[in-house]
Ligand binder design. Structure first.
Ligand code: DOR
Ligand code: ZN
Length: 354
């Protein structure tokens, strides 16, 4: 057995649900999935009702997270179409602003460029702006970054064209970073017939050419972060006539990346950059002492929903053979996962942006 420690992993892109969507998942269940996935910390998106677009909604989420999370955490504030920029003066405790520039789960879409501009102008540059932007919308957001010079993280980038635009924007010196998701790295449109609703998410699955461009950008350092976009929906919802967008990913991201190491497609150091060093650098976080995932690089197994901790009970990667297993997770000197069971008590997790 070859084991290594991966220091203080952060997933800056998760939808943990709870609150009015506790039937899908809870902060307790999904932070348990996070520590089983090896994570120190996860950041939660604002599109779960009540949307995190007011001080009151933020306080509610901070309190519930504080009482129930088993890993460390951050929460995003959300830009809302009903202008909520007056609230931006009171967003202490958040890891950043999320702007949904294209439609997806929830109703936080900001499609109008002048509205986007108002949000960019109002947000305090000390905290990062994380954006959902697909296709040409990437160019619209880059125009705002150029105008306001506010640090912006492009979430779940999925096409060769988007990568080309963002690579050029980095060369131009714009203060941007790029995240990609495992489902866009391991799956394509060709998998849709087999996956059905389990292959439906935003941005959607793309072509093999797009996937290859993402891999190239991972290997060459254009991509900064691999983030799961963990978005649990129930089996019943996914089986319905109009299945909602989103797939879980917290427990499969690291095993998939370690499999890529085994296959010689990524260096282990690069994986550690993508899931730990870079997100900590981008969000200005220091790794606390004795905080790491211990992984067995040799463990070979098939991804099996029965072993996952997420409340949703399914995975788009079900049946995939991987190599690399999280056997322990430690946070601030406390063992929170032993390879099977989550050991931390609810409320153990801390807000990293308090
Ligand atoms: O597939 C997605 N699901 N993409 C998003 O942007 C939101 C997420 C969700 O909340 O379900
Ligand atoms: Zn998302």
């Amino acid at each position: 057995m070859t084991t290594v420690r991966i220091p203080a992993m952060v997933d800056p892109h998760t939808h943990l649900r709870d609150l009015d969507w506790a039937h899908k998942a809870t902060f307790a269940s999904e932070t348990a999935a996070a520590v089983a996935g090896g994570y120190w910390a996860v950041f939660d998106m604002p599109n779960t009702p009540p949307t995190t677009t007011s001080r009151a909604a933020l306080d509610l989420k901070l309190a519930r997270m504080g009482e129930t999370a088993v890993c460390d955490w951050g929460v995003y504030f959300g830009a809302s179409q009903a202008d909520n920029t007056a609230e931006y003066a009171h967003v202490a405790g958040t890891c950043g602003l999320k702007i949904f520039n294209n439609s997806t789960t929830g109703d936080l879409l900001i499609a109008d460029q002048s509205q986007r501009e108002q949000h960019y102008a109002a947000w305090d540059a000390a905290r990062i702006i994380a954006v959902h932007a697909e296709d040409e919308t990437v160019l619209d957001v880059l125009a705002l970054v150029r105008q306001f010079r506010k640090r912006t993280h492009f979430l779940h980038i999925s096409t060769a064209q988007e990568i080309a635009w963002l690579r050029a924007a980095k060369e131009e010196g714009l203060p941007i970073t790029i995240g990609v998701c495992p489902h866009h790295l391991w799956l394509t449109q060709d998998d849709l017939p087999a996956l059905g609703a389990f292959g439906i998410m935003k941005p959607g699955l793309k072509t093999a050419r797009d996937r290859d461009a993402l891999w190239d950008a991972l290997q060459t350092g254009v991509v900064d972060v691999v983030e799961s976009d963990h978005a649990p929906h129930t089996l019943a919802e996914k089986a319905s006539e109009r299945p909602p967008y989103g797939v879980p990913g917290l427990e499969t991201t690291l095993p998939l990346l370690l499999t890529a190491v085994h296959e010689g497609r990524l260096a282990l150091e690069r994986v550690i950059d993508l899931v730990a060093h870079n997100p900590r650098r981008i969000w200005w976080l220091d790794a606390p002492p004795d905080t790491y995932a211990r992984v067995d690089l040799d463990a070979e197994y098939v991804i099996d929903r029965a072993r996952l901790h997420s409340a949703c009970g399914w995975s788009p990667f079900e049946g995939l053979r991987v190599r690399g297993r999280v056997i322990e997770t430690w946070i601030r000197g406390v063992q929170v996962y032993d390879g099977e069971r989550v050991l931390a008590q609810p409320g153990f997790g801390r807000n990293l942006f308090a």
